[in-house]
Ligand binder design. Structure first.
Ligand SMILES: Cc1cc2nc3c(=O)[nH]c(=O)nc-3n(C[C@H](O)[C@H](O)[C@H](O)COP(=O)(O)O)c2cc1C
Length: 333
């Protein structure tokens, strides 16, 4: 994964280009399609609806995180700056893409330095679980170098094995995180990248000082598809490996402790998808591919789309007779 002559990371560029120009979404559903919110008669006015939630000590206008997308590529700074500007305006949370290129000096830092644009929102750093093997200081550098509030670690063995320069040795990775988590000074989250965080790691996280998880389930961006397109390989056989977002949320809810965040991600595309994920027990939702597409035009365009999501979420709350996000709980069948 060497930088090109301009200091950009060519693999990051290939991911962005492919996700923007090709069909990279799973052929399989999130399974949220099979559910409906339960209807009720609202005993309140539309204006009474409160979509806010608390996340990392701050108030979000809607329960939404811009999932990690990019950093270190030639287009990353433009994308991230539009996303950060919009996230600050809309009061939603944001994560940067993997900081590995920057920390390994294989890309510049510019695209990751977003705090000045987004001073008041929760901002998350991003590395992989395997990077815990490099030790506590490496993870702390990922957080502090971009003035983030915490870090979200991708746990993505399927994607790694299919990437041309992917990590092919996960041995000791969970143990390495276990060794540093107890006195790690920032909140640590875990996530998949589109095939559902395995239940075994969720169970593990439930017993540790993990702040939360993003299930990143099957049904949205599909990495076997992306890598197959980039490498000219037929990876169709791997496209169905994973757990749909609905089931990944339901299984994770069983294990997580009160106070741990359950982020419903993977194929969330509308405010109604968000409402269903929240009704199933998610405390927050996340999206990546739509934000990548919206960010290409302007921060204003991203703001416009987040406003649309909020309006759809409000209709979902209204339809199900829920005045607040927590009242959505269980209102799905
Ligand atoms: C272009 C692109 C790049 C991504 N890069 C990262 C990354 O660097 N780190 C990470 O944890 N996840 C990464 N992801 C995965 C997303 O954070 C998310 O978990 C996944 O795409 C599923 O959400 P979606 O269906 O809304 O896209 C990336 C996704 C996209 C589309």
């Amino acid at each position: 994964m060497e930088a090109d002559s301009r200091g950009y990371n060519p693999i990051k560029d290939a991911h962005i280009e492919t996700c923007l120009t090709r069909d990279v979404e799973s052929n399989l559903p999130t399974c949220l399609e099979c559910l409906s919110l339960t209807g009720d008669v609202p005993d309140f006015a539309k204006g009474d609806i409160d979509t806010t939630v608390q996340f990392l000590g701050r108030t979000l206008s809607i329960p939404l995180l811009i999932a990690p997308i990019t950093g270190g590529g030639s287009r990353s700074a433009g994308i991230n700056r539009n996303l950060a500007t919009a996230a600050e305006h809309c009061r939603i949370a944001m994560a940067v893409g993997s900081e590995r290129p920057m920390l390994e000096k294989k890309a510049g830092a510019e695209s990751y330095l977003l705090r000045d644009l987004a001073p008041t929102i929760p901002l998350l750093a991003n590395l992989g679980l395997v990077h815990a093997k490099r030790g506590r200081d490496y993870l702390i550098e990922a957080v502090e170098s971009i003035r983030a509030d915490g870090i979200i670690l991708y746990v993505n063995p399927l994607h790694e094995i299919l990437q041309s320069d992917g990590e092919s040795d996960f041995s000791g990775a969970v143990g390495a995180l276990e060794a540093i988590i107890d006195d790690f000074p920032y909140p640590v989250f875990l996530k998949e990248v589109g095939c559902g965080l395995p239940e075994s790691i969720v169970r593990w996280a439930a017993t540790k000082k993990i702040a939360g998880i993003d299930v990143a389930g099957l049904g949205g961006t599909n990495w076997p598809k992306v890598e197959g397109l980039i490498q000219g390989k037929d990876y169709a056989v791997y496209e169905g490996l994973g757990t749909c977002t609905r089931d990944a949320i339901v299984r994770s809810r069983k294990w997580l402790r009160q106070g741990q965040q359950l982020i419903g991600g993977g194929g969330i595309r509308t405010g109604i998808d968000m409402a269903k994920a929240l009704a199933l027990g998610a405390t927050l939702t996340s999206m990546a591919l739509p934000f990548l597409k919206w960010s290409g035009q302007s921060a204003k365009n991203v703001i416009h789309e987040v406003d649309r999501l909020k309006e759809e979420l409000v209709v979902g709350l209204w339809y199900s007779g829920s005045k607040t996000i927590s009242e959505l709980s269980g209102k799905v069948a």
